[in-house]
Write a protein of this length. Structure first.
Ligand code: NAP
Length: 239
């Protein structure tokens, strides 16, 4: 899938990774980027097309697919993390995690698959987590939703392949966004916690974006809620 000249739609594009995706897609030559957001007034990336999209609202999803009929690339980025335990946590929160991470992602994929197919194919990227694979008690709802979305990704890839649609997942380990705002500064990964670069004869690759375009720096001032938290993992010993 070539990003250049693609028409992308990103869910949850008003802050965090989704906002960063929108910026980078434009920088890397996408012809158009639809920035999906529950409240499109919060979309502040110059050049994108704000699009109302609540992935848990079937009417909203249907409207978005009707509007973005030229889409060729779908980034299922929107997500929540409620820190809910499975055995004694709030069942409504567990359902909300599944409604968002599994059913919401699936709803958007189902709505946009015919759009991509009509354009001759395209690509879908599901933003998942290392917690699709590594499962911890205090984050049971999130782990379950991401693990289910991983299975979803693997099945949808096979179902949509005949239509020329590529489906893959991005398993993120840790990002400094609102979702992880509860992590103390000292616990956050630094450049020093990265493994040393192997020496090479070629000069180091130049950064394509300015430091201010990172998810952390580009997050809007949207209110942070406990419903939107990603558990941290031991960054010194990545799983
Ligand atoms: N941060 C991490 O360390 C980390 C690690 C692994 C994976 N991830 C995954 O990366 C993705 C992006 O997370 P982030 O770190 O950028 O989190 P974030 O800063 O909390 O942003 C989450 C985004 O998802 C949107 N969203 C939530 N529920 C939605 C819904 N029902 N419909 C539409 N949009 C909805 C939010 O919109 P509102 O502004 O309206 O709430 C917001 O734009 C998520 O899938 C997350 O699970 C994050």
């Amino acid at each position: 899938m070539e990003i250049r000249d693609s028409v992308a739609i990103v869910t949850g594009a008003n802050r965090g990774l989704g906002r960063h995706f929108s910026t980078q897609l434009l920088e890397r030559g996408a012809a158009k980027v639809y920035a999906g957001a529950r409240d499109p007034k919060h979309v502040d990336v110059p050049g994108v097309v704000p699009l109302q999209l609540d992935i848990t609202d079937p009417a909203s999803v249907a409207r978005a697919a009707e509007t973005a009929r030229d889409a060729t690339l779908l980034v299922n980025n929107a997500g929540i993390s409620t820190h809910t335990r499975l055995t004694d946590g709030d069942l409504d929160q567990i359902r909300l995690e599944m409604e968002t991470g599994f059913f919401g992602t699936l709803a958007v994929t189902r709505a946009f698959a015919p759009v991509l197919a009509a354009g001759g194919g395209g690509a879908i990227l599901n933003v998942l987590s290392v917690l699709a694979w590594a499962h911890f008690p205090d984050y049971g709802a999130y782990c379950s939703a991401k693990a289910a979305a991983w299975a979803q990704t693997n099945v949808v890839r096979q179902e949509l392949a005949p239509q020329g649609i590529e489906v893959t997942a991005l398993h993120v380990g840790y990002m400094d966004t609102d979702m992880s705002d509860y992590v103390a500064q000292g616990e956050k990964p630094t450049q020093r916690s990265s493994p040393p670069r192997r020496s090479t004869a070629s000069p180091p690759a130049r950064r394509r974006s300015s430091p201010t375009s990172s998810p952390r720096a580009s997050s809007s001032s949207s209110p942070r809620s406990r419903r939107s938290r990603e558990p941290t993992i031991n960054v010194r010993r990545p799983i």
